[in-house]
Design a protein around this ligand. Structure first.
Ligand code: CUA
Length: 326
């Protein structure tokens, strides 16, 4: 009882935007219900076993103890588990087609990079096997918008190491494996912002590989993708000049400018996203500057080099421009 009392405050963490208990999708609701059924079943079995233990250690032996023992073994040890496990098996089989239902909404490709998420809306064509994901589409990063009430197909791949795509509030996790494309259908039932994480150890910055899923109405979704398809809002600025001079364009694309690198996240609308560094920091000018200046300090293990050698005012100019890219 003391252990139970001591650990129960931990249950307070079982809510919020990154919890399977805050189910906001068809699949996660079904998983949560299954979880409750299994907890109830586990509790019943526990009570039964404890009851038997108390019965076994009582001081006066039962008159026909041997016969009761055999009955308990047959009914409690064979029949009961067989019936329960068979019922759970058939229930699981019944639920499974629901997790593989065909999509009726948008199609979004997500590639697991080290250590961030490449996102492409409205991708076309069938995915190839080698470089994994279909090309084209409207590129973004680390934030995925999807419409409520529709089944959005997410194509998942990776160019090099295995990651796992997990939005606990919406669905189970699905691996992102180099050389193949996995499909996941997300059917959110409640609008909101949900946290996603990488659920497969993928390298030094695995723990800082998060993202946001923004569930909105269909109209808001269409407007968002249309806005993301536009070129950058500010394409002439001292910040852009410093960005190009310091080699940032070798890795990052900002559409509408000469920056067309593809190693790092597309920054065309970086300021429209809630976070930078893959779910790490809120998108503010100050955080953008910190990230550029001390990248490996802010996000240990990151692939991007730190630009700590740049004068502070130069970093500030770049950060100010990035902050305008809504
Ligand atoms: Cu990507 Cu862990």
């Amino acid at each position: 009882m003391a252990a139970l009392a001591a650990t129960s405050p931990l249950v307070a963490a079982c809510a919020g935007p990154q919890s399977t208990f805050t189910a906001a999708g068809t699949e996660s609701e079904s998983v949560l219900f299954l979880f409750y059924v299994m907890v109830a079943g586990g509790t019943a079995i526990w009570l039964f076993v404890i009851g038997l233990s108390l019965y076994a250690v009582r001081t006066t032996p039962a008159k026909d103890g041997a016969r009761i023992g055999v009955r308990l073994i047959i009914w409690g040890g064979c029949v009961f588990p067989t019936v329960v496990l068979t019922a759970l098996l058939f229930w699981g089989l019944k639920e499974m087609p629901g997790y593989r239902r065909p999509a009726d909404g948008p199609r979004i490709a997500v590639s697991g990079e080290r250590f961030w998420w490449r996102v492409a809306y409205d991708v076309e064509g069938e995915p190839g096997i080698v470089k994994s994901l279909p090309t084209g589409g409207v590129e973004s990063a680390n934030e995925i918008w999807i419409p409520v009430g529709r089944r959005t197909e997410i194509l998942l791949g990776s160019p090099d190491v295995i990651h796992s795509f997990w939005v606990p509030a919406l669905a189970g996790k699905t691996d992102m494996i180099p050389g193949r494309v996995n499909r996941l259908v997300l059917e959110p039932t409640v609008e909101g912002v949900y946290n996603g994480v990488c659920a497969e150890f993928c390298g030094s910055a695995h723990a800082q590989m998060a993202f946001r899923v923004v569930v909105v109405s269909e109209d808001a979704y269409a407007a968002h993708v249309a806005a993301q398809a536009e070129p950058a809002a500010v394409v002439a600025s001292p910040g852009l000049d410093r960005f190009i001079e310091n080699g940032c364009a070798a890795c990052h694309t900002v559409r509408g400018t000469p920056a067309d690198g593809s190693v790092g996240p597309d920054l065309t609308h970086v300021a429209s996203r809630r976070t930078i560094g893959a779910g790490l920091l809120e998108t503010t000018e100050a955080n953008l500057a910190d990230f550029i200046r001390a990248t490996d300090h802010v996000k240990p293990g990151v692939e991007m080099p730190s630009f700590g050698a740049l004068p502070d005012d130069e970093v500030a100019v770049i950060a100010r421009w990035l902050g305008e890219l809504r």
